[in-house]
Ligand binder design. Structure first.
Ligand code: SF4
Length: 413
């Protein structure tokens, strides 16, 4: 047997079509296909019979992605750009191939997000309804009672969600000792009593705070990088890109899973999508969870005002194809990450969501609401998954390693 990445092909196959059928990279792509895609046809690596990584010679970036045995964090912008600009048919196909190597392609994780403290945030994120700098109609509220959070978590579980996320509109956790304690206790209860994975997004945290949450049983901490380093100052001025990366490092160092991604449609260019993916894919450890939001312009925010002035032909307006290219590229270069469609999914048609799943997306937020924007409901989502032969991803495994399946999930499967 000859090892290619995580797959095996049978030694002795000669015809290029057979090789293509049994390999994952298309490296023996027949000439006619190369012509169709307008791609130079190359033999990209030497076959070796050991367990070592294949030796890649002048390889296309997409072939490097498809033929390594583990996620790489050495991606260059040029390589990411090359993958991002792969013709769409090829890009989506190869992203799906990669997806099937690392994930169960029939599973989609269902998560529900609850705002546990809405509005009144001191930050100036130009897209956000919760900043106290903008007149968006969102009122500043106190943290909601723990019993209400638990009730929402119970409902999410009953409806089929396996990850429960809680968001608070805070700049950071400085001076919020009692809030942190309450959240940690709530996390423990949701975790132990309901068997749901948990994620919180509370702004910037230091390593001690991250450890405290990890000890409480928190699964993941969300802190988005939002966009590329270059475009970031056009969106936020009250905290730096490096502040964000520091929080992500604290989360990682505390042993929590990192959930970090961004928002597409902030007036960025495709080069910014590449920069955004470059930051994520060169992290010491790739994010366990990578949320992709599509901007929902909120009346009263500076971003909505900027976007509404742009002509519809402006290349600063986000096209669906760019979302797809970002997801497919993310899947290829961060193969283990769970890629989740987050805010703005309700603006996508079902066939657009289908294409996102084809490109490697394998999680959605579902339920009554995102933080301040609309969300597709459980029933609608479960029906959509059923239609396409997808099923909810189980959450934790039990002591014997068996996935913990929720009642509603069993009904779907
Ligand atoms: S995105 Fe978060 S940090 Fe920024 S203004 Fe909104 S709530 Fe505050």
């Amino acid at each position: 047997m000859i090892k290619f990445g995580q797959r095996y092909i049978i030694k002795g196959l000669k015809a290029p079509l057979q090789a293509q059928k049994y390999s994952t990279a298309g490296e023996f792509r027949p000439q006619h296909e190369a012509k169709i895609f307008g791609i130079e046809n190359k033999v990209h690596f030497n076959i070796n019979t050991s367990n070592e990584e294949p030796s890649l010679t002048n390889a296309r970036a997409i072939d490097i992605a498809l033929n390594t045995n583990k996620p790489l964090n050495t991606w260059t912008r040029e390589q990411i750009k090359e993958i991002y600009n792969t013709p769409m048919m090829e890009l989506v196909h190869q992203a799906q191939v990669q997806h099937r190597k690392y994930h169960n392609s029939g599973e989609v994780q269902l998560c529900t997000l609850l705002s546990i403290k809405t509005g009144g945030c001191t930050e100036d994120c130009k897209y956000c309804a919760q900043s106290n700098r903008y007149q968006t109609g969102t009122k500043a509220e106190k943290m909601i009672p723990v019993k209400d959070i638990l009730e929402a978590a119970r409902k999410a579980k009953a409806m089929g969600s396996t990850r429960f996320c809680m968001g608070a509109a805070w700049r950071d956790m400085h001076g919020r000792k009692s809030g942190l304690k309450r959240i940690a206790e709530t996390v423990s209860t949701i975790n132990k009593d309901l068997g749901l994975e948990t994620c919180v997004t509370l702004g910037m945290i230091n390593e001690d705070q991250a450890k405290y949450l990890a000890d409480a049983g928190l699964t993941a901490y969300n802190h988005n990088i939002d966009t590329s380093r270059e475009h970031y100052p056009n969106v936020i001025s009250t905290r730096s890109y490096d502040d964000r990366l520091k929080t992500i490092k604290n989360v990682n160092d505390a042993g929590l899973k990192v959930c970090t991604g961004g928002i597409l449609g902030l007036g960025e260019s495709e080069d910014d999508h590449i920069g955004f993916l470059h930051t994520l894919s060169t992290m010491e450890k790739h994010p366990e969870s990578l949320p992709i939001n599509r901007l929902v312009p909120i009346k009263g925010t500076p971003m909505e005002a900027e976007m509404s002035k742009l002509p519809s032909t402006s290349n600063r307006k986000l096209k669906f194809e760019s979302i797809l290219k970002t997801i497919a590229t993310a899947r290829l270069i961060m193969p283990e990450s769970i890629i989740r469609l987050a805010a703005g999914r309700y603006t996508m048609r079902e066939n657009e969501q289908f294409l996102c799943f084809m490109s490697g997306c394998n999680a959605i937020f579902t339920g009554e609401k995102m933080l301040t924007t609309m969300c597709n409901g459980w029933d609608e989502d479960i029906e959509m998954l059923r239609k396409w032969g997808l099923r909810p991803m189980p959450s934790f495994r039990d002591e014997k390693g068996t996935p913990v399946l929720m009642e509603k999930q069993e009904a779907v499967v």
